[in-house]
Design a protein around this ligand. Structure first.
Ligand code: USQ
Length: 382
């Protein structure tokens, strides 16, 4: 199958590209290095040095014999994307090409508009390139569990049946995002739903929770194939940050009360979920929404787990609540459904103590690269 990956340089895009190439698919990635550039501008570079895409594709090919076509270009530019579609004629597109950091989107006007323009334009251009060149192509779009927020009722998988004044209807589940970044994902879903119901596109929207880890079958081949592992306050996500803090001997930065619950998943499971979605394309005119996580934890649960495992390995780990830089409920109900991917065959890699220990070992190998000035939050939601 010809698989086009938008945002192929990212934490998820690169491991996804290798995974599909290793399965024997014909893989093309496009990326404009936006995240690398923002990371440089904000002093938020990844923990491990990551060669550029051409170099990584070369290393991967030398080790496995599988090639990955690399295009450096901007998906927010319609001509660039349209020309690539006309040339590659993808059968599946996996769309990660978005500015993914909630804190970055909350820094100020420039960062907010960059996030809005980049994310919405990339999605809009993808829709039009599909309609122009490959109307049968299955679009697998990465959304986020953060679209739903933390409502006081159970979260369904994308849709909700509502009875109102004696009549019933099916609607997109109400969304209440907690950052401008998460709001762009809500807008993406609305755009896709409009074009699906009007022009019969085929779309799967994966509502993903925070991802953790470094290890996949392909990244384990050579450390130069690792994904971009961030631990700073802008691009680092909670688990990856706590792992680095544990190794650096910095108290784990629980924001506020630490009762914020999210649905987490191992990087290996992102690859499984995306593959399950790709292997079961939806019918024309269908928007399938799947909640993509394997288990829920509060921030306090995560911190205690990493503290316990880290201390058993001889590290000196403490947990400390710091004022929450975000505006979010810190103690709330959270019960999201997530049976769709399990029904498709997902075999979860849960966050066991062994998994935490293995991730800590990987970070320990790069202990000297940790810059402790990147840990404390620099961006406030005001
Ligand atoms: N948190 C802490 N301490 C930290 C970092 C985070 O307590 O040092 C808390 C946050 O306040 C939040 C929770 O941990 O309540 C999760 O934060 P995060 O930084 O791990 O995740 P988030 O900003 O929500 O965004 C990440 C990815 C984003 C993806 C999203 C999925 O950056 O691209 O869409 O996870 S979700 O969170 O389900 O919306």
């Amino acid at each position: 199958m010809r698989v086009l990956i938008l945002g192929g340089d990212g934490y998820l895009g690169w491991p996804t590209a290798m995974h599909f190439a290793a399965l024997g698919h014909d893989v093309c990635v496009i990326d404009n290095y936006l995240r690398r550039n923002i990371a440089q501008q904000t002093q938020s570079e990844a923990l491990m040095p990551t060669p550029n895409l051409h170099k990584r594709a070369e290393i991967f090919q030398s080790l496995t014999g599988h090639s990955i076509r690399v295009e450096i270009g901007d998906c927010a530019d319609y001509r660039t994307l349209s020309n690539l579609f006309a040339d590659f004629l993808p059968e599946t597109v996996i769309h990660y090409a978005e500015q993914p950091s909630a804190p970055y989107s909350m820094m100020g006007f420039e960062e907010a508009t960059l996030t809005l323009n980049n994310n919405l334009n990339a999605t809009m251009n993808l829709i039009w390139a599909v309609m122009e060149h490959t109307p049968d192509c299955h679009v697998v779009k990465l959304g986020t569990m953060g679209e739903y927020g933390t409502p006081n009722i159970d979260i369904e998988e994308g849709w909700i049946d509502i009875e109102h004044k004696g009549r019933t209807g099916r609607f997109l589940y109400p969304r209440a995002a907690g950052s401008l970044y998460h709001t762009t994902k809500v807008l993406d879903t609305d755009l896709l739903w409009f074009y699906v119901r009007t022009y019969n596109l085929r779309v799967t929207d994966l509502m993903q929770g925070p991802v953790y880890g470094l290890s996949t079958t392909e990244t384990d081949l050579d450390s130069r194939l690792n994904p971009n592992f961030h631990y700073d306050d802008i691009f680092g996500t909670a688990v990856n940050r706590f792992l680095v803090q544990a190794v650096a001997g910095i108290p784990l930065t629980v924001y506020g009360k630490g009762g914020q619950v999210r649905g987490y998943l191992n990087l290996k499971d992102t690859l499984q979920c995306v593959q399950l979605a790709v292997d079961t394309p939806v019918a024309a005119g269908d928007l399938r929404i799947l909640n993509q996580f394997t288990e829920t934890f509060s921030v306090n649960d995560l911190a205690s787990r990493i503290e316990r495992v880290g201390n058993s390995m001889g590290l000196s780990v403490e947990v400390k609540s710091i004022p929450n830089p975000r505006k979010e409920p810190e103690d709330h109900y959270y019960n999201p459904a997530h049976s769709g991917l399990m029904e498709l065959g997902l075999q979860p890699n849960y966050m066991t103590d062994d998994v935490v220990a293995a991730m800590l070992e990987e970070v320990i190998a790069y202990k000297d690269y940790i810059d402790v000035s990147r840990i404390m939050p620099r961006v406030k939601w005001k």
